[in-house]
Ligand binder design. Structure first.
Ligand SMILES: [Zn+2]
Length: 221
């Protein structure tokens, strides 16, 4: 698969937020015209410019995406700005992850609630179920089954999120609670590490094995 280039303000080419294709983008500024006149009489005489926004126009689908000029952020359509391949990740986990990414900028609290719930689902499905997320993380770390960089990151998620000191956060994942600075981003990163370790790498290994078996078969072994 070709590399996914995240849409970025003022760039001339990226994967289009509207159609997903990698395509050249033309940039426009807008002007405003009287809504009623336009709707009633089809008159589109410019009233003035709308400086706050910029518009990227995809040369592939010809659709427009809307950006805030000052903040250089994409405001329409709402898409995730992460480019993580979720093909091998089970749907129920991928859904929570995608939504956590989608709301990250607007609501770190909502994002964290989703990613904590997703984190707990992964740990439970991998056999680390316990009374609370904090204990489940401890179980996963203690198991010795995780590579050290993942164990360290899990430990960081727990301390950044202050899980031990925050009983509700610890036991009722999925609830909307205050977040520490950086917590929502960290939660998403650890999800990517765990997806990679538990789902993506094993799938790669399985495919390599299957390819090898096919080769051996073809060679008459
Ligand atoms: Zn497009």
């Amino acid at each position: 698969m070709a590399q996914h280039i995240i849409p970025k303000f003022d760039e001339t080419a990226f994967n289009c937020p509207r159609c997903g294709a990698y395509a050249n983008q033309s940039w426009y500024l807008g002007s405003a015209y009287d809504k009623e006149r336009a709707e009633t009489y089809g008159q589109t005489l410019p009233k003035g410019t709308i400086d706050e926004f910029a518009f990227s126009n995809c040369t592939h689908c010809n659709e427009i995406s809307v950006w805030l000029r000052g903040k250089k952020t994409l405001i329409y359509p709402k898409i995730t700005t992460r480019a993580f391949d979720l093909t091998e990740v089970p749907n129920h986990l991928a859904d929570d992850y995608e939504e956590a990414c989608l709301v990250l900028a607007d609501s770190p609290k909502a994002s964290s609630a989703l990613s904590r719930r997703c984190l707990q689902s992964i740990l439970r499905e991998q056999g680390f179920e316990d009374k609370s997320l904090n204990k489940e993380i401890q179980k996963a770390i203690d198991s010795g089954k995780l590579p050290s960089h993942i164990a360290d990151s899990l430990d960081a998620v727990r301390s950044i999120g202050n899980l031990a000191a925050h009983p509700t956060k610890d036991t009722s994942t999925g609830e909307i609670l205050p977040v520490e600075p950086g917590e929502a981003e960290w939660n998403i990163e650890i999800l990517e590490f765990l997806f990679d370790f538990f789902y993506i790498q094993p799938a790669k290994t399985r495919k390599r094995k299957e390819a090898l078996i096919e080769k051996l078969k073809a060679a008459g072994k």
